[in-house]
Design a protein. Sequence first.
Length: 421
Amino acid sequence: MNVYDGQRIAAMLEQHGFTQTEDVTDADLIILNTCAVRAKATDKVYSALGRIRRAKKPNALLGIVGCVARESGADAFKRIPELNFVLGPQSYHKLPEILKNPDTKLLNIDLGGLEKFDELPQTTKSPVVAYIPIQEGCNHCCTYCIVPYTRGRELSRPFDDVIHDTINAAKTGAIEICFLGQNVNGYKYTDEKGKLFKLSDLICETAKLPEIQRIRFTSSYPTEMSDDLIEMFGIEPKLLPFLNMPIQSGSPRILKKMNRPDDIDTYKTIIKKLKTVRPDIQISSDFIVGFPDETDEDFAETLRIARDIKYINSYSFKYSPRPHTAAAIMPNQISEQIKSVRLQQLDNQLNENQREFNISCIGKEMICLCEGDDKTGRNLVFRTPYMQQCIVEKPDYKITALQKIKITDANKASLRGEIIK
Ligand code: 5AD
Ligand code: SF4
């Protein structure tokens, strides 16, 4: 979501005559696009601001946008007096106001709904993977999560607007579409005539575009995997066989305290249904370890589910108490030391799953998407349909972005392959 927001902000500033620079000391305008999901992310923003305020040109404008702006509000100006603007995740389209009045302090952390999508210019050149937000905010209220506070209640964008963005992305270079939302599979839009549109409808319509060869979406809430969406994995070959569907914990007791779906059998049934329609599908998850009151037994259940489901490409985090959340004031908070030990154990399991899956790919042929050169410039970096990174020696002839690749080697982190002509 932040990558997308950053692209829209860049497109808007280009219209105002700005160009991008990598050098902070050279910049006339510096924007930190921020994430507040864990305390560490917020801390990083403030330490970066501390560095930047000393390094920047005296007249350069400095500001933060996104969830830390909303979390901190006016307090951000007290902490960093050099800040010129603080704009929340739904008000960054107000940025030009500071260009008109650079001597003022601009604060806007309102939850303005979907207005920003209409006011920002379209990008004129899309990367091969285009991120398209389809909904924003979340109604689920997991007790650890700051997102319902920072991004507000769930709002789905009009179906026609999303398709308009998708067509624009296809016409300007996109080959893969990734639909985005904090609760992406909760997407529901009813038009003026009362017709209801769901994520499965967006996928069907997008798949009709000849330029678009791959479709995916993130992040999904387990109990919103409706049957029409599950069936899409059997019907639509452009939909990649890979789904991020976070479970967070394997313990029903902790899931209840998290205010998450706590019936592990229901979760497993969804995966079974997905595998029935798409036997090669793989699942990834997010995990939180050290949630308040999590015992060794609860954690053992998380390890067990990670092993049973054989998740690939998963993310794991130490629980981080956040302002405006219920879990931050729950009793029996877990020590940092125990959180670190549990995270290490879970990571070992997740890494082992990933290594096993990567190795099982050796010898297989997959259609992969080229994302560009690697750091050395001698190789190309591809993404497999499972979002694995695959390194391929650069050929001496020109290739198109989608290539059939034979996987020749693998380790935990990535694959190696060769182009099949
Ligand atoms: N502490 C740790 N991890 C968190 N996440 C969300 N809130 C917190 C928190 N307070 C994780 C969840 C979510 C991912 C985006 O970030 O695993 O799925
Ligand atoms: Fe946060 Fe995701 Fe839960 Fe929504 S579903 S409250 S975004 S963790």
